[in-house]
Write a protein that binds this ligand. Structure first.
Ligand code: SF4
Length: 329
């Protein structure tokens, strides 16, 4: 029987997860765990590349992230869920891969250039931030991952992992399979103000919000800015509320909103109410599961411990092969 294909992905524990993470990543991960052997890690070392100045929340954020993952439907019996820093072999492989990675490969990564130019509230002038994609390569190659589920903007990172992988294999012998980006179309959920959803913009719907808080936030959402009065026709294609309808509402409601908004047949207050009802109906099971897991924090510790053990066992095997290949054993 052929070995199941492996999927690798991680998330940085930089704060509470929001609905954008569920729609844009977690729902996909939950599906993937039924088709592949999945490894999901909480990338706490990656969080340090930009948040090294204040590490006080990382430990608590890791637990909250695991609670969110479980509530979203990740199953520890199907997916290996672990904490990156609990598998020190990632650091060793990162070091070995750093030796063979030309600096120019890192400097040309588009997200590196873009973030150095645009992020002003964090010091990104450190060596760790430049080397972020090498650590990512180590995270993926450690488990001989076949696929990495990513959005378009992350494809260059996977491409860099493939280049590092080829370079390692050509220098030291075939140890790692070349991973591929798994481009699954996932809907993008804008923030309440139409920008990218982010806790730091204050435009998110958090997984710890109650249904009442969600309904209140939806009431404040921006709509088509040209629709100033009830009798003005609107354009749902540029309205964030309609983007939510397309994800959470049934086809009939989507068709009604699309038609009636354009003719001023419905007002924004009603439209938002319909949307928040559907959204809450869909998200409520997750919110309830989240509350339940919060009550079972001891179990969370066991799940993490178990995931760390599994990850360490595989990482140990890989590093033996790596040290042999590099002639360091
Ligand atoms: S009716 Fe709905 S889709 Fe149209 S502008 Fe108002 S909130 Fe947006």
């Amino acid at each position: 029987m052929s070995k199941p294909l492996r999927v690798l992905s991680g998330m940085r524990p930089t704060g509470r997860l929001h609905l954008g993470h569920v729609v844009g990543a977690l729902n996909n991960w939950v599906k993937l765990q039924n088709e592949y052997e999945c490894f999901h890690f909480i990338a706490d070392w990656h969080a340090l590349t930009s948040d090294f100045g204040d590490t006080s929340k990382i430990r608590a954020n890791r637990i909250e992230m695991m609670v969110d993952w479980l509530a979203a439907g990740l199953d520890p019996n199907k997916s290996v869920m672990f904490i990156q820093s609990a598998v020190p072999a990632h650091a060793e492989l990162n070091l070995l891969l750093a030796m063979i990675t030309p600096l120019s490969w890192l400097e040309r990564v588009p997200t590196y250039k873009e973030q150095r130019e645009n992020v002003v509230d964090k010091d990104l002038g450190n060596y760790g931030f430049l080397g972020y994609p090498v650590l990512q390569a180590a995270d993926i190659l450690m488990y001989k991952g076949n696929f990495v589920p990513v959005g378009e903007d992350q494809v260059p990172h996977v491409e860099l992992t493939r280049e590092i992988c080829r370079r390692f294999n050509s220098l030291y012998g075939e140890v790692f399979p070349e991973p591929d980006a798994l481009l699954t179309p996932v809907p993008r959920l804008p923030g309440l103000d139409g920008r990218k959803m982010s806790k730091s913009y204050g435009n998110d719907i958090s997984l710890s919000d109650t249904p009442e808080e969600i309904a209140k936030k939806v009431k404040m959402m921006i709509t088509d800015p040209a629709r100033k009065r009830r009798q003005d026709p609107g354009n749902p294609d540029i309205c964030p509320v309609f983007s939510y309808h397309k994800i959470f509402s049934p086809a009939e409601t989507i068709a009604t909103v699309s038609r009636e908004c354009r003719t001023a047949g419905i007002g924004c207050i009603d439209c938002k109410k319909w949307m928040s009802d559907h959204l809450i109906h869909q998200i409520n099971p997750l919110l309830q599961r989240r509350k339940e897991f919060e009550r079972r924090k001891d179990e969370i510790g066991d799940i993490i411990k178990h995931g760390n053990q599994k990850a360490n066992a595989i990482a140990g095997d890989t590093m033996e092969q790596v040290r042999d290949a590099v002639k360091l054993s």
